[in-house]
Design a protein around this ligand. Sequence first.
Ligand code: AR6
Length: 179
Amino acid sequence: MGTQYKVSNSVLELVLGDIILQETDAIVNAANSQLAPGGGVSGAIHRGAGPQLWDECKALGVCSTSEAKITKGYNLFADYVIHTVGPVYAGRVSDPENLKNSYQNSLDLASKKNLKSISFPSISTGVFGYPVKEASYIALKAIIDWIKQHPGIELVRMVLHSEEDYSMYKSALDNMMSD
Ligand code: AR6
């Protein structure tokens, strides 16, 4: 399942799938501050990449909320993994800003490396508890605003792990595109 939208000269795509199978230049990890394997997306990415990923992550030290760090992809299809720590949802006024910055700092890092394509999971909406509907609008707006200011990227893909999340992101994007 998938839908493509044109934003400036780039493509923004929504797909139902598994982040570790994506063949984009980079995939994004919804990480913890230690960049340790953990569960959810992070556990899947570390299992897919192999133990060298954790070795490289250990050397990077602590990653604070919204910060992004890049490593190689090892056994993954993607050449790079961009690790970002989303906010733990607590209904604070800073939560939306922190979530937005996780997306935009990841995109900045991809652009610094001259990468042309990147896949994101739905950051913070699993273990970190961010309500999916709210998070979908923040994520998509962050990506669209960023693309409009950075013509170099060709493809930004959001990879949703359940049909429910996919429909939520799809209706958010349909609403935003019709405004
Ligand atoms: N591909 C795509 N999306 C996935 C996959 C996958 N393979 N697996 C899960 N999701 P989460 P967070 C979805 O909890 O909320 C970790 O333990 C999942 O259904 O991975 O940012 C870290 O180590 C959900 O919609 O990330 C941190 O401690 C979304 O990805 C903490 O959890 C995010 O779920 C980070 O929590």
